[in-house]
Design a protein around this ligand. Structure first.
Ligand code: HXH
Length: 337
């Protein structure tokens, strides 16, 4: 009898029912075929991998593209799922028009704030019945230099208080959905320290932030991961914040590794990956009073944004299901504990 006997029938969302929501990042294509079946069996939360980003949902002034978002919303409602809204203010995937006036010069502060308000109001109103939290600001913290805040058009035009302003606008229109600040590497000491500082200051001046999203784009070779993660969760909890794991995937490559020769992951990699998933989910369960949602950044290894990042054209295998949608070792390890 295989060691997986019995575990095959288990469902992630059922196994974790008393812990936290289990989410996946999706495109409309994922609502069909094998991915649909996986979503229905294992997940109770969805994030739109791209469709809600500013450049997709609001490509031109006065024109919104709601169609793919509505499809996913309807699928979520039909199947009792919630949506993690992603994202309003980000330095990437935001169209140029937001920052330009009618003459094509840099727009004044008031115009940019007004546009953000209209955008947040429109999107919040349309999806209020299904969205349980919003990534209000994504990736605002600088990670290359000693500086705290990243340079961006949002910051340059609105000023250093742009984060507070974005949360205040979201608070006004989000109708009770939780408001999150989301970033990557924010469990690593160098960025944890900066993030703690920024969030503490924001909270002290009354910014309505409910939680922090730890993106969790991790890999199987990081020996400090578990200790960093625990420290980060405790640090954020000390500020009274909820924690969401928002974009979990566990690459088989170290970030610096540029190798391009692999046609499939090695057995050693798959075992290390299973162990890493097992270890991080153990931490998630341990902190279930702080962590309220865990989202995988994709469904299966058939397609993942890691296929092109950080090495363009290289395949990666960072998720819980293989390229055919079959469960990997890693899935079984987090279903049985
Ligand atoms: C996320 N960014 C986004 O939140 C999500 O919306 C998107 O779909 C995928 C990933 C992760 C990310 C962050 C930084 C980055 C690339 C991706 O760029 C660098 C990271 C480290 C060092 C240098 C650049």
């Amino acid at each position: 009898m295989s060691e997986n006997f019995g575990v095959k029938s288990l469902s992630l969302k059922e196994v974790y029912r008393d812990y936290f929501k289990i989410g996946a990042a999706v495109t409309v294509m994922d609502l069909e075929g094998v991915h649909r079946d996986i979503l229905l069996k294992h997940f109770n939360s969805l994030t739109l991998e791209n469709a809600m980003k500013f450049e997709n949902i609001h490509p031109e002034e006065g024109r919104y593209n709601f169609e793919p978002v509505d499809k996913i919303k309807n699928f979520a409602i039909e199947n009792n799922m919630g949506i993690r809204g992603h994202t309003f203010v980000w330095h990437n995937q935001t169209p140029e028009w937001v920052f330009l006036d009618r003459e094509g010069n840099e727009a004044p502060r008031e115009l940019v704030v007004e546009r953000l308000k209209e955008h947040i109001k429109t999107v919040c109103d349309r999806y209020a019945d299904v969205v349980y939290c919003w990534d209000v600001v994504n990736e605002a913290i600088e990670d290359k230099t000693e500086k705290l805040l990243r340079e961006s058009k949002w910051r340059r035009i609105i000023g250093d208080d742009y984060i507070k302003i974005a949360f205040e606008i979201a608070k006004e229109y989000a109708r009770g959905a939780k408001l999150f600040y989301n970033d990557y590497n924010n469990e690593k000491p160098y960025k944890l320290e900066k993030t703690y500082k920024i969030l503490k200051e924001l909270l002290e001046v009354g910014t309505p932030i409910d939680g922090i999203g730890i993106q969790a784009h991790w890999n199987i070779w990081d020996e400090d991961l578990i200790s960093n993660l625990k420290k980060a969760i405790e640090t954020y909890a000390s500020l009274g914040l909820e924690v969401h794991i928002t974009e979990l995937d566990i690459s088989v490559f170290k970030f610096e590794d540029r190798r391009m020769d692999l046609k499939e992951p090695t057995d050693e990699m798959l075992e290390l990956q299973a162990k890493t998933y097992e270890d991080v989910f153990k931490v998630f369960r341990e902190y279930k009073d702080i962590i309220t949602s865990v989202t995988l950044w994709g469904i299966s290894d058939r397609h993942t944004w890691k296929d092109n990042f950080p090495v363009v054209g290289r395949k990666d295998w960072p998720l819980l299901f293989d390229i055919n949608g079959k469960p990997k070792k890693a899935l079984y390890r987090i279903l049985q504990f």
